[in-house]
Structure formats: structure tokens, C-alpha cells
Design a protein around this ligand. Sequence first.
Ligand code: NAP
Length: 243
Amino acid sequence: MKNTNKTFSYEDKTVVVTGANRGLGLGCVAELLNLGFRVVACARNPTSIKSDLEAQKISTKNLITQKLDVASEESLKSFEVFLKSEIKTCHVLINNAGIYVDDPKGGALSTSGADFLKTMMTNVYGPYRMSQIVLPLMKSQKFGRIVNVSSGMGQLSEMGAGYPAYRISKTAVNSLSKNLGVETHGTNILVNSVCPGWVKTDMGGKGAQREIPEGVKSILWAALLADDGPTGGYFRDGKSMSW
Ligand code: NAP
């Protein structure tokens, strides 16, 4: 990818990525470093991020790694202190961390209450609290992009059966994108949901249609939007999806 964005440079911008130690999150970090961003790569266990990127011959000069469990309020609070005291800025937030724990053979009410809550904490509460943490910084610098990594499985207009916790969590995170997009309209803060497609990761499995770079491209499209880009929307490969 190249910087074809005429409205802002990448070199002086900081991106925070959650769930950055594998899959699409690590793929986003790799591409963002290649583009010249400073990247704060957050994960429950961030120890392997640097060496994994170096093994791919990616320069880690602009990489910062940080421990963060998006489902833990204690961890979110420590992250907030770290971001505000050490990093002092955030231009782009990619809410990528996510779990999918429903039984594939189960029906609409098959997921246990504990798994349902865990999914909501990770896939909805995490993005909500991370947005709360970065928004004051984005408002003061009059620049921000928030990407909520969603899924076609959360699409109300195409809602299928099963996978209740995952589906409902992704519908909810779409609602967060819309709600916050309306709230920040006209402030140069753009908030969108993105479906990366069905991607070969631990979550997507080996039978998925897409390789990681294709899913990453779909996500980064919303991270790199020019100032006149859309907000409060739901996209795959830069194309609008119905809710
Ligand atoms: P993945 O390979 O399973 O990676 C999930 C990432 O989320 C891991 O880094 C994991 O970290 C992290 N994570 C889970 N719970 C966390 C928590 N409480 N705090 C912080 N990090 C946490 O899945 P993926 O395919 O890359 O998925 C990334 C995003 O894309 C998810 O939001 C997913 O719903 C979405 N998505 C994926 C597909 C697909 O086909 N792959 C399709 C549509 C949407 P640990 O290593 O600590 O577990």
C-alpha cells in the first residue's frame, strides 16, 4: 500500500491496534509500520509481536508494544494512564480484538450466559471503553479515525441463525459506530465499522476465502480515510454494507 491520501501524512500519526499479537491485528500492525506510522500494538500477551514482525523483515523502529486486555476494566484503566502519560496522542484506533466462542452446532440460545457476557465484554465493551479513552485526544487534535472491526455476521438485514453471542456483539458494535459517528459529525473524527471478509486466521480457520493481507486492506481503508471520508458507516472493501 502507498500513501495516496492527500489530506494527511502518516509519519506524524500514531495508531493504536488492539488484539495485535496475531491474525488481522498483527497484519494491520505490519502494514501500518510499512506505511510509516508510529504503532502502539496492544495485546493480552504482547511479547512475541516485535520478533514476529522482525521475522517478516518489517522495521520495528516505530513500534511500541503494550499489554491490554480489552475485557478487563483494570487493564483498560492502566492503558488509559499509559496512553495519556507516555504516548500523549492517538490519531487512529483500530478496535480489532475479538472472540468467537459460540458452539457452531448450537442454536439461537445455545451459548452459555458466561460465554455471552465474555463475548460482549470483548467485542462491545472493549471498543466502547477504548473509544472513550481516545476520544478526548482526538477531539483536542481535531483528527481521529476509529475503526470497529465488525463482521457480516452482525448484519441485521442478512441475519442468519446460530452464533448468538458473536452475531449480537457485532450488531452492537455497528450500533456503536453509528452512534459515535453521528455524535462526532463535522469534527474530522470518522468512526466506521468494517467487515474484513472471511479470513484465514485462528478465528476464520483454514477454509476461509481470504488471506490476511486482503482482510487487512479492508480494515485499513477506514483507518486511512481522508478528511472528507464517510463516518458512521459499515463497509467491506471500501463498499458500504446495509446494516
Ligand atoms: P484471531 O486470529 O482469533 O485473533 C483475535 C485477536 O483478538 C487475538 O490477538 C486475541 O489475543 C485478541 N483478543 C481476544 N480477546 C482479547 C481481549 N480480551 N483483550 C485483548 N485482545 C483480545 O482472530 P482474527 O480473525 O484476527 O479477528 C480479528 C477481528 O476480526 C475480530 O474482531 C473478529 O471478530 C473480526 N473478524 C474476523 C473474521 C475472520 O474471518 N477471521 C471475519 C469477520 C470479522 P489473544 O492471543 O490474547 O487471544
